[in-house]
Design a protein around this ligand. Structure first.
Ligand SMILES: CC(C)(COP(=O)(O)OP(=O)(O)OC[C@H]1O[C@@H](n2cnc3c(N)ncnc32)[C@H](O)[C@@H]1OP(=O)(O)O)[C@@H](O)C(=O)NCCC(=O)NCCS
Length: 205
């Protein structure tokens, strides 16, 4: 049968149409390198400028990220990126000391951000899971998430799904875009695989 231009029958009936191939979302998770930092910075700065999920108001610089990478490297704490098969940075997760005083040395605070188009596909959970495992291998015992109480519902749900429980809230401690912001604290006990004496570089007080 031949179809003429304008012939409405040229659209195949639904049961004869080929199903579109399912979209495959592939990525690898690996430690961050200095070449990733411009992409990490872009991902983070997008949320600094356009959302209240971070209480930072000032866009971050490359030296800021270089210092962060060097610090976490020195402390042997994980800074992970998820990359696409073509090498594009899709998102990152890192763990940094929860507080500077020495007795907090087994506790870290996590930070996790995905780039445009990478959300809602399980990548956040994969990155956070990898971060938790890396911290457990380093003997860390507790992970804390400090989450904005406005617009960060996905983060709260992600952390809850990975076993974090709410540990408290502080309303009105921040102000961004002319509105008061608070923080939600969530915490998860880790299962360290070996005892760690001290995060190197954290001095005793
Ligand atoms: C938080 C983030 C890492 C989550 O990663 P993700 O791979 O997109 O996670 P998911 O799509 O699996 O979503 C996690 C949960 O939040 C839910 N969710 C997503 N968007 C939501 C929204 N706008 N409102 C309410 N819930 C939402 C999902 O349904 C899912 O819930 P479930 O576990 O019950 O199914 C990602 O959304 C992100 O980068 N957000 C912006 C940065 C940010 O907030 N970082 C955390 C700072 S503390």
């Amino acid at each position: 049968m031949q179809f003429e231009p304008g012939d409405r029958r040229r659209v195949l009936p639904r049961h004869l149409r080929r199903e579109p191939a399912p979209e495959v979302f592939s990525y690898a998770i690996r430690p961050a390198r200095s070449g990733d930092l411009p992409h990490v910075r872009e991902i983070y700065n997008h949320f600094v400028s356009n959302s209240a999920v971070t209480l930072d108001e000032k866009r971050s610089s490359i030296p800021y990220w270089r210092d962060k990478l060097a610090l976490l490297d020195r402390l042997q704490l994980p800074f992970l990126v998820a990359v696409s098969p073509t090498g594009a940075v899709l998102g990152y997760a890192l763990a940094q000391p929860w507080a500077g005083k020495n007795a907090y040395r087994y506790t870290v605070e996590d930070s996790i951000y995905l780039g445009p188009g990478a959300g809602g596909k399980g990548l956040g959970a994969a990155l956070l899971h990898a971060l938790i495992e890396a911290c457990e291998r380093r003997g860390i015992r507790e992970m804390v998430a400090v989450i904005s109480d406005r617009g960060a519902e996905a983060s709260i749900r992600l952390h809850a799904r990975l076993g974090f429980v709410e540990a408290g809230r502080m309303a009105g401690v921040g102000r961004k875009f002319g509105r008061d912001l608070g923080t939600v604290y969530m915490k998860r006990a880790l299962r360290p695989v070996r005892r760690r004496t001290l995060i190197p570089g954290l001095r005793r007080h």
